[in-house]
Design a protein around this ligand. Sequence first.
Ligand SMILES: C[C@@](CO)(OP(=O)(O)O)[C@H](O)COP(=O)(O)OP(=O)(O)OC[C@H]1O[C@@H](n2ccc(N)nc2=O)[C@H](O)[C@@H]1O
Ligand SMILES: Nc1ncnc2c1ncn2[C@@H]1O[C@H](COP(=O)(O)OP(=O)(O)O)[C@@H](O)[C@H]1O
Length: 288
Amino acid sequence: MKLLVKAPAKINLSLDVLHKRPDGYHEVEMIMTTIDLADRLELSHSDDGQIRIVSQNRYVPDDQRNLAYQAAQLLKDRFQVKEGVTIAIEKTIPVAAGLAGGSSDAAAALRGLNKLWNLGLSLDELAGLGAEIGSDVSFCVYGGTALATGRGEQIEKLPAPPTCWVILAKPFIGVSTADVYRKLELPAANRPDIQRMIEAISSNDYHAVCRNVGNVLEDVTLKHHPEVAQIKDQMKRFGADAVLMSGSGPTVFGLVRHDSRLNRIYNGLRGFCDQVFAVRMLGERHLE
Ligand SMILES: C[C@@](CO)(OP(=O)(O)O)[C@H](O)COP(=O)(O)OP(=O)(O)OC[C@H]1O[C@@H](n2ccc(N)nc2=O)[C@H](O)[C@@H]1O
Ligand SMILES: Nc1ncnc2c1ncn2[C@@H]1O[C@H](COP(=O)(O)OP(=O)(O)O)[C@@H](O)[C@H]1O
């Protein structure tokens, strides 16, 4: 038996860090939303009890370091599953980019294996298991738009943001999330107003969303990678309504409503950047 599962990327429309916790993680408040840029996982049943990862992308680990592998292992251990699975990952989301590609693959594996292995778990139970794999996995289990608090694993659903295009540009570098949190100096300057962003989304006010994007991790990554600042400047110059780095970076996203400006920004950035995408937000929960 085979099952296909989609694993969409996320962007952080706003990201605030409150303080460092005794467990080493940081207490965050983030507005996250899934976008129409997705990996595809094909899950195939195997009788020998083994977990196998297959991917053409050389940056994707094919062993227990893979977050989708960890998701399968966690379900096997917790629910005494005897069956095995081969997880073929068709990678579209850039790796180590601040777009939660690995976390979304893990979340898709949890959702898919719940069906393949007939575990009958609820989405909330899967999100709880996801938090054991990584801070962003719980959000990715639900998808859509949400306020994430705690270390990122406590999720409150929000309505869909106003309709617009999201242009993503990823420079040639990759960034380590742990490194960025380690280098963050608190209290951070330029903190976003999370409550205002929630109001902007709830009242479907595009211009207020654009005014309120913000990410306290941005300054850390910009300081060490000037190419990210260059991409931000270019996106602004080409006419994006709002420009922000996603998560720990280095991917920069721009919001725009008009198709003519979308084309200008997209064409202007290609050639300058490793990868450029023009996508839509998925809005509300989108699960298969
Ligand atoms: C920054 C964000 C924003 O959405 O995303 P990415 O840029 O990775 O996509 C997340 O907070 C990343 O979440 P995720 O990538 O799942 O992090 P984890 O695997 O749980 O943790 C990786 C490392 O980041 C640090 N970390 C992570 C989350 C958090 N709230 N505080 C932290 O200090 C810890 O050092 C941890 O060891
Ligand atoms: N399924 C996966 N896809 C991509 N990277 C993965 C995966 N599983 C584990 N990783 C590891 O996680 C690291 C961070 O990857 P990713 O989730 O793409 O980035 P980010 O945390 O910036 O959103 C990668 O360097 C890679 O070694």
